[in-house]
Design a protein around this ligand. Structure first.
Ligand SMILES: [Fe+2]
Length: 368
C-alpha cells in the first residue's frame, strides 16, 4: 500500500506534533510493518468505561516474590512468563533442573549467587539475564535470596536481535555475554564437597526425577556453540536519537520465533525542541505487550513500583499516563530499568495470578 495523507500530519513520526494535539501510531508487525500516525485532539486512552475481557492489566508481583515460589503468571503456546524465588539453603546444590519444554530465560530482579551447569559456573546478581538453552542441566545456588522473572521459550530458541544498520556491536557486544567457567565450577564443587545427584526434568509440564550415585557435574572439558550464558544490564548500550523518539524495538535484547524481549535502560531524553520525549501513544496491532518494572523511576507511568508487571493486549491503544506527559518537560534523562516481552499471539493469565492483579489499573489513564 502506498503512503497517503490528509488533513494535519507530520513530516517525521514522533516529532513536531502540533501544540495541543496527540500522535497515535497504528502499526502492524511490531514496529516493522505498515503504520499510520494519527494526529488527534485527545489521546485515545481517555476511555471512561471498559466492559468485557479486553482491558489493560497490572500485576503486583512483590507478594509472590516474597516466598519461595515458581509461579506462572502469563502464558500461551509459545511462551510462559513467571516468577521464581530461591532462598539460600544447602539443598540447592544437591538438585538440578532440566527444562525439556524449552529454553529457559531468567532475569534476576533481586539477589545474587551462582548457576551451576554442565558447562561451568555462571555468576549472577540483580540485573543479569541468565539464558539456559532447552535441556541444559543447571542448579541455582543463591548467596542471598534471589528473585527472578522467568520467560520460557516453548516453540523456538533465543537468538540475538538483528542489529541491521547499527552493526553487530551495538546494543550489546557479544564479548559482553558471560560464558560458563569450568575451572571456577570445579573449585566451587570442591568447596561443597560434592555436586547434585538428582535432576528434575520438566517435559509437557510434568516432572520426572533422575537420580545418580555421584555428582552430575563431572564435565572435564567441552567445545561448541550451544551453552548457557549471562548478560548484565550494565553491559548493554541503549540506542537513542537526540532528534526523534525511537520505537521500543530499538531496545531488543533477545528474539524468539513468536516473541521478543526488550530492555529499557537509563538514557538521555531527546534534546530536539520538537521531539516527543515520552513513549508515543500506539496500537501495536499484532502483539500483546508485557512490561516488567525492575528498578528506577518509571517515567511514563503513574503509581508504579519495582516488581510490578503490566499486560497491554492488542486491541486498544496505550501510551503514557497524563501526569507523565505533564512532568516530562523539565527532564533530560530516564532512570528506568524495565523488561518488555512482546508476544505475537494473545497471552492468557494463569488463574493462580488472580490475587496479584490490581483490578483498577485500566482507570489509571484518567486525569486526576
Ligand atoms: Fe506498547
Amino acid at each position: 500500500m502506498h503512503q497517503y495523507q490528509q488533513g494535519t500530519y507530520t513530516k517525521q513520526a514522533h516529532k513536531a506534533i502540533p501544540e495541543g494535539c496527540f500522535e497515535e501510531e497504528q502499526g502492524l508487525k511490531g514496529f516493522f510493518g505498515p503504520a499510520s500516525h494519527l494526529i488527534k485532539k485527545e489521546p485515545s486512552t481517555r476511555w471512561q468505561k471498559i466492559e468485557g475481557p479486553l482491558k489493560p492489566r497490572m500485576f503486583d508481583l512483590v507478594p509472590a516474590f516474597a516466598n519461595p515460589v515458581d509461579q506462572r503468571i502469563l502464558f500461551n503456546r509459545d511462551l510462559s512468563i513467571g516468577v521464581k524465588t530461591v532462598l539460600p539453603q544447602s539443598e540447592n546444590s544437591k538438585n538440578a533442573f532440566r527444562n525439556a519444554d524449552g529454553d529457559q530465560l531468567y532475569f534476576c530482579h533481586q539477589g545474587s549467587g551462582v548457576f551451576l551447569t554442565e558447562y561451568g559456573l555462571l555468576n549472577y546478581r540483580a540485573g543479569h539475564y541468565i539464558v539456559v538453552p532447552k535441556c541444559l542441566t543447571h542448579s541455582i545456588v543463591p548467596e542471598e535470596p534471589s528473585q527472578f522473572l522467568t520467560v520460557e521459550n516453548r516453540t523456538s530458541h533465543y537468538q540475538e536481535p538483528d542489529r541491521g544498520l547499527v552493526g553487530r556491536h551495538a546494543i550489546y557486544d557479544t564479548a559482553a555475554l558471560e560464558k560458563p567457567d569450568l575451572d571456577q565450577m570445579q573449585a566451587y564443587l570442591k568447596s561443597l564437597g560434592d555436586g547434585p545427584i538428582r535432576i528434575h526434568v520438566k517435559r509437557l509440564d510434568q516432572i520426572t526425577k533422575f537420580e545418580y550415585d555421584k555428582s552430575i557435574y563431572d564435565t572435564v572439558g567441552w567445545k561448541g556453540d550451544l551453552f548457557p550464558f549471562t548478560l548484565h544490564t550494565d553491559d548493554m548500550m541503549p540506542l537513542m536519537s537526540h532528534r526523534a523518539h525511537l520505537p521500543p524495538s530499538a531496545h531488543t535484547t533477545f528474539v524468539a520465533k513468536e516473541f521478543v524481549i526488550c530492555t529499557f535502560l537509563p538514557r538521555p531524553l531527546e534534546s530536539d525542541e520538537d521531539a516527543l520525549k515520552v513513549p508515543f501513544y500506539h496500537q501495536n496491532i499484532d502483539y500483546d505487550e508485557v512490561l516488567f518494572y525492575h528498578r528506577g523511576d518509571f517515567f511514563s507511568r503513574d503509581n508504579l513500583h519495582a516488581g510490578m508487571m503490566s499486560l497491554h493486549p492488542a486491541g486498544f491503544p496505550h501510551g503514557p499516563h497524563p501526569k507523565a506527559v505533564k512532568s516530562i518537560k523539565g527532564k533530560t534523562q530516564t532512570n528506568e530499568y524495565a523488561v518488555m516481552i512482546d508476544s505475537r499471539w494473545p497471552l492468557e493469565v494463569d488463574e493462580s495470578a488472580g490475587g496479584l492483579e490490581l483490578s483498577e489499573y485500566w482507570k489509571s489513564w484518567q486525569s486526576k
